[in-house]
Write a new protein. Structure first.
Length: 372
């Protein structure tokens, strides 16, 4: 009888991504009790040290699902109202009429209209997301910068609004999730990192997942390389980096096994209630940072090939690292993938990212991992 996980095909597919130009990547694919873990390429381009499936990695905006889950737990306890204006909780950060118009739900699903603070915190990215007019200098300049989240929030709040509160499509913005971190601290009396660690990470039994307190990745991990659309050549190692620039929006460190465990428990109703899950899977159109309109819920988004089952999860990138974790709605089939290079696409004459062989190879791996 043919296994539901074709390990030879998965191994070949992950190696194809490495051959296409990805220095290293590692993954875990699950189907019920069957588990495949694989890795291809190197964790260090200087030494040739190989990657392994157990390595820790920065997973970027997958952090948002953890933060959203922590907020939903407080909604369940009655400390937070999902449709209560954020100005009722944080009047100093979102003052006046705007604070009364933007609800907690709008922060979680990116329909607040608040601008992204990143181009203001990183001056060389001032034109972001129009990448052709950006430069990578600020990435180096801010390697050890300790940002105050309220200052970053202020940059996003005072910037011109990108849409009216509650309007669709929404616009993806890390400002929303830094505000959610401040909200968690306001209602629980402990930092967002401690709240998420205690109520989500520990509750899910994740042993290799953390919100870092210093610029380092502890434990076995790969070096991570940022190319910034070919403007950094060769790509630069950003493994050591102060992650206060994203905090509860994208600072998480995890493993592919822990990510699959988290999403399996989340979608089974073991982290938040089924009623909360229903809210989390209620989607609206949102413009991603890549300029694409996606369906987005409360820290979750769906992914499905035509005619195939729907998967729920999140992806994420930070300087040099990225990950994608998707779980089928019934929780049986799962895929988590981590990579150690970002923004590998070069720009065409119009300033648009060009297709790269890595894109096609990753898409092939995703299809195989999710649908067999």
């Amino acid at each position: 009888m043919r296994n539901s996980l074709d390990t030879a095909e998965l191994t070949s597919a992950i190696e194809n991504v490495h051959r296409a130009g990805m220095p290293g990547l590692f993954a875990e694919v699950r189907d019920g009790d069957e588990v495949w873990r694989g890795a291809a390429g190197v964790a260090d381009t200087a030494t040739g040290r190989p990657v392994t499936p157990e390595m820790r990695n920065r997973v970027g905006s997958i952090t948002k699902t953890f933060t959203a889950a922590a907020v939903m737990q407080q909604v369940e306890s009655g400390r937070i109202g999902l449709d209560t204006p954020i100005g009722r909780y944080l009047p100093g950060l979102v003052p006046g009429a705007r604070g009364e118009a933007i609800t907690v739900r709008m922060l979680i699903n990116h329909t607040s209209g608040l601008a992204e603070y990143l181009p203001y915190a990183y001056p060389s990215l001032k034109a972001f997301p129009v990448v052709a007019d950006t430069g990578p200098q600020s990435l180096d300049d801010n390697r050890f910068t300790r940002f105050d989240p309220t200052e970053l929030i202020g940059m996003g709040v005072t910037a011109p609004a990108v849409s009216p509160p509650g309007g669709t499509p929404g616009v993806y913005s890390n400002t929303n999730y830094l505000l959610l971190g401040e909200l968690l601290q306001q209602v629980t009396g402990r930092s967002a990192a401690r709240c998420i660690t205690r109520n989500v990470i520990e509750r899910a039994g994740l042993r290799d997942t953390e919100l870092p307190v210093d610029p380092y990745v502890s434990g076995p991990h790969a070096q991570i390389y940022e190319a910034w659309f070919g403007m950094i050549d060769p790509p630069r190692d950003f493994s050591v980096y102060d992650m206060s620039w994203v905090g509860p929006a994208a600072a998480l460190i995890s493993t592919v096994a822990d990510l699959n465990r988290f999403f399996r428990k989340l979608l089974a109703g073991e982290i938040v209630s089924q009623a909360s899950l229903t809210e989390m899977r209620r989607t609206v159109p949102v413009v991603s940072q890549e300029g694409k309109v996606i369906d987005y819920g409360l820290g979750l988004h769906p992914m499905a090939a035509p005619g195939q089952s729907v998967f729920w999860g999140h992806g994420g990138t930070v300087w040099g690292a990225g990950a994608l974790s998707m779980t089928r709605a019934d929780g049986r089939r799962q895929m988590s993938v981590a990579v150690n290079l970002q923004r590998w696409n070069r720009l065409d004459s119009a300033g648009r990212p060009q297709p790269h062989p890595i894109d096609a190879a990753l898409a092939d791996f995703y299809r195989l991992a999710m649908y067999g």
